[in-house]
Design a protein around this ligand. Sequence first.
Ligand code: B3K
Ligand code: ZN
Length: 867
Amino acid sequence: MKDAAPQPIHLADYRPPSYLVEEVRLTFRLQPKGTRVLSRVRFRANPEGLEDGNLHLDGEGVRLISCSIDGEPLTAFDYLLTAEGLTVPAARLPEGAFTWEAEVEIDPEENTALEGLYTSNGMFCTQCEAEGFRKITFYPDRPDVMAPFTVRIESDLPVLLSNGNPVASGEGWAEWHDPWPKPSYLFALVAGELVAYSDRFTTMSGREVALNIWVRPGDEGKCAYAMDALKRSMRWDEEVYGREYDLDVFNIVAVDDFNMGAMENKGLNIFNSKFVLATPETATDRDYDFIEGIVAHEYFHNWTGNRITCRDWFQLCLKEGLTVFRDQQFSADMRSAPVKRIEEVLQLRARQFREDAGPLAHNVRPDSYVEINNFYTATVYEKGAEVIGMLHRLVGADGYRAALDAYFSRHDGQACTIEDWLAVFEDVTGRDLSQFKRWYTQAGTPRVSARWARTGGTLKMTLAQELPATPGQPLKEPAVIPVALGLLAPDGTELLPETLVVLDGREAELEFDIAGMAERAGVAMPERVIPSLLRGFSAPVILDAPLSRADRLVLLAHDPDPFNRWEAGRSLMRETLLAMLTDGAAPDAALFEALATLLTTDTLDPAYRALALALPSEDDIAQAAHDAGVVPDPTAIHGVRRALQTAMAEALQPVLAALHDAMDPGPVYSPDAEQAAKRSLRNAALMLLARVEGPERAQARYDAATNMTDEMAAFAALLEAGDTQVAARFHDRWKGDRLVMDKWFMVQIAHAEPEQAVAVAQRLTDHPLFDWKNPNRFRSVIGGLTAGNPAGFHDPTGAGYRFLADWLLKVDAKNPQTAARMSTAYETWRRYDADRQQLIAGELDRIAAAEGLSRDLGEMVSRIRGS
Ligand code: B3K
Ligand code: ZN
């Protein structure tokens, strides 16, 4: 029999805890099996507590050996012990403050969920966010309970780390103290045979900080870039936000088995090794870019997340949206800001718009959840960051900085809410943000439609917004939408420089005096005016603007806003692909001519040009087709996308060949933005040329490659050209390197012919190096199919859907978080034809009916399946 469905938790039910913690002392006697955890926790009654007055301690899968209050042992009659925790009734508790002590036992080696304390290749490590600490010992495992921690680790392993500063150590033990009050989710412990790549940082007030990146012996040579990124992040946060680091040491540890990217534990960040280790030979430019962004993100959490944390998990965007916004600002300062903005929007549309358009749509601040780990989503993170970007635009850079200063001084050491955050902005800027707050409480992507008409010298424009219904939210109120816009004449003259219009009602009427503008610009009255709307992607909305092809070509050639210039090309490509899909239309030569001009404009950043050359993904096309009322056929989409690539390659062949040769960054690799930009354009040209040339160029590039960026690009191009040797060559060279082999698995599936993709994926799951318990490897293979080869995943036989369901069920039994995350591959199922829908529904039902399904996967499947 299946267990009763787990009950959702609601924001509206939040109550401040009855007890707060003054101090925590923990001792770990580490063993792979039978680790003992001794805890001593000083509690005091919370005068603002609104719970029942009982002491509730969360605890899951921990064996209680003994416990006491104020030194007096408790017997089984003194508390209630369930699978979720332990409750001591109020009547059994002393008045005021008291000390809880417990000894428990856990088995890190058996912990395959990688949450709590677990082992990875002989090393002990932890992951406690969101609710992993309760798998370590009994404790009020909720973010609004903050306390300083002192930790003693006993183990024969040479390196023993925890949060804060090292206090003392000896043979087989070490003690750490973290003076900054923190919630349990930020607790961390690492023990292993590790070596450090070390450096130092002097903070703005002259504090010396020891920096270490801890890795397995042999990996020390792969840490330089992460360290450099860390130092740049520390300096940037001082310069831009006035935030200084606050401990004597900052440790980063790289772990091979990790459910996500990284974790911001106070003073002891734990990273998926994929986002730390890099050498030119093993990591691509994209990997370096990620390392920089994630190191910065986790470091920035020290203030936005750690010093100021979330009151409850519904407020997750308080730390995540803000920290993503901060890491985006950092990356924009380190690299090309327009390129970064385009990449952010590509990600947002691919992941967050997709989420918003389907059954998993939820608020940036959700109202309820069953399993909080299922809400570490693109909506909370990326849309959460967009919301802050809009605030920034609305209040201006100075207003934003003043508000952030006030936020840090008002709330340091507290666990806060979105209301606290907005109140700071209201107080500092005098703005009423009650309507703006809807961005946090309404799900779905607003649609903004712009319509305009010209009468003589006047242009009248209407902007209207509409927010479609999402699960559980049939009716919506208008949001506050900042629309940055400009007006262009057909020759590219800027008639109206960028202006910010705030759409806060359902509709707004705007009027522009074109005659006056032309006069001021010193040009004749233009016969046509081209609006450039939503510049810089000033709001996370879908824009519907009746721009003709000719208008878009003008924007593509002249828009001074680099985002909209790119966007014009993108929308032309999308339109072209849709026309090819629905009417079998041939692509129009004007697009290729415009692209050729852009590609040969040497003043444009090569990375920007590479982005302009990239086609919408198959998933983007499927969504665009669906939005246009066409049921997407993944096989046909794959076909037209290829056809457009081939047509582009044919039309642009000489330009591409010239670029390919011109964009050689030279023999000495550097991961900097300038070189990476050249490689991105060069390799984009290579991929297209491979469509119309023989494999010789790709082969030569593969043979000559001295860095992984070029090697992977040539590998992919050769796979596309049907090369059957390259996979074995790559394998023989890299079989000893885990991170490189993840790429090997992924690329073969992503570049397989769709009708063979499931078979290729299946064959690779039989490979001896396919370790499905390692989340990176699992994602490479299963994600290689679901995300990397959509036409293969959506194979009309349903083989892809079945393959995914089989693996989800298998992995769920060991690692629910990884399974739940991968299940989002089904989230777009309602877009497809009735046969495919039926096949997917069948798999979802099969998963839902499985014995012992986790809360994580159970919730996902039931939300995706819907009613
Ligand atoms: N805060 C962590 C994510 C924790 C995920 C828990 N399932 C990493 C980050 O956002 O920085
Ligand atoms: Zn984060």
